[in-house]
Design a protein around this ligand. Structure first.
Ligand SMILES: Cc1cc2nc3c(=O)[nH]c(=O)nc-3n(C[C@H](O)[C@H](O)[C@H](O)COP(=O)(O)OP(=O)(O)OC[C@H]3O[C@@H](n4cnc5c(N)ncnc54)[C@H](O)[C@@H]3O)c2cc1C
Ligand code: FES
Length: 257
């Protein structure tokens, strides 16, 4: 798929909670070829010491308005700098990068699991599928209620459940402690997940064990974002693969877990 390097216009920058920001970027070129699980590699302007681009999953796309929304969590200097960008500034990014999730169809009962900023591609997937909402369950985990973002825009697309490590919203514990995961896993024929490595492994291993289709999006550290530097490799059953080009979405059966 053709990659585009372009200057986006920042048209919205909204703080959602302590560490998470919603950035809406308007593209001068069509953004019709972006699907859930794909990411964009963003240049951090005004900080010569941060010379590598930073990867961010796509949270939402408005194909008519040519906008891409990102959920940016402040982790270090690059993400912080990005959230400080002002409306009207240009932000250079390469898109679309990586492979997307396999889109489900109307017969599927799907479970989408997002942890931390891994919620972004799950929300995009819930919206783009347009399945019967009764067949779409979305399970979102975070440390505390203050780390969860408002998902009301996505509520019509599925049934939402939450976990927090401190019990301040939804079930106390990890997503894997929630009854949707621990007791009702077999109700679903397709599982999609994005989040921290340990969470992906716990979900993936259960799906392998139960023989259920499962795709996970990995968040390995990246530099180039298009298969040149080899810093993002993951060991798979068919050898080392670049997460930025062969992933970030992988079927769990292909991974050496
Ligand atoms: C495919 C992909 C999609 C992503 N999507 C999103 C998203 O939608 N929203 C979002 O907020 N973040 C996302 N991330 C993570 C985001 O890219 C990093 O948070 C960002 O690059 C950190 O840059 P920084 O300069 O702020 O931090 P740095 O100063 O580079 O790092 C700060 C600390 O975070 C650690 N770190 C950096 N990157 C990662 C990583 N990928 N995984 C684990 N630890 C890391 C570093 O080791 C260091 O300890 C994604 C990453 C990948 C690979
Ligand atoms: S980030 Fe450079 S090869 Fe994947």
């Amino acid at each position: 798929m053709k990659k585009t390097v372009t200057d986006f216009l920042l048209i919205e920058n909204k703080q959602l909670n302590k560490d998470n920001f919603l950035l809406v970027l308007q593209s001068p070129v069509p953004v019709s070829d972006i699907f859930p699980g794909q990411f964009i590699n963003v240049e951090i302007k005004g900080s010569p010491e941060i010379f590598l681009r930073r990867p961010f999953s796509v949270l939402n796309v408005d194909y008519e308005k040519q906008t891409i929304s990102l959920l940016v969590k402040i982790l270090g200097r690059g993400s912080k700098k990005l959230t400080e960008a002002r409306l009207g500034e240009t932000i250079n990014a390469i898109f679309p990068l990586g492979k997307s999730f396999t889109l489900p169809d109307n017969q599927d009962h799907i479970l989408l699991i997002g942890g931390g900023s891994g919620v972004a591609p799950m929300l995009f997937l819930s919206k783009i599928c347009q399945l019967n909402p009764a067949n779409v369950t979305v399970l979102i985990g975070a440390r505390s209620v203050s780390d969860h973002i408002d998902i009301s825009e996505y509520q019509p697309y599925g049934m939402f459940y939450f976990t927090t490590e401190d019990g301040s919203l939804g079930e106390k514990g990890y997503v894997t402690d929630h009854p949707v995961f621990s007791e009702q896993f077999n109700r679903y024929n397709k599982i999609y997940a994005c989040g921290p490595d340990l969470m992906m492994k716990a979900i993936g291993r259960k799906a392998i064990d139960k023989g259920i289709f499962c795709e996970v999006s990995l968040e390995n550290m990246m530099a180039c974002g298009f298969g040149v530097c080899l810093c993002c490799v993951e060991d798979t059953k068919t050898g080392h693969k670049c997460v930025c080009t062969d992933g970030p979405v992988f079927n769990v059966n292909d991974l050496k877990w």
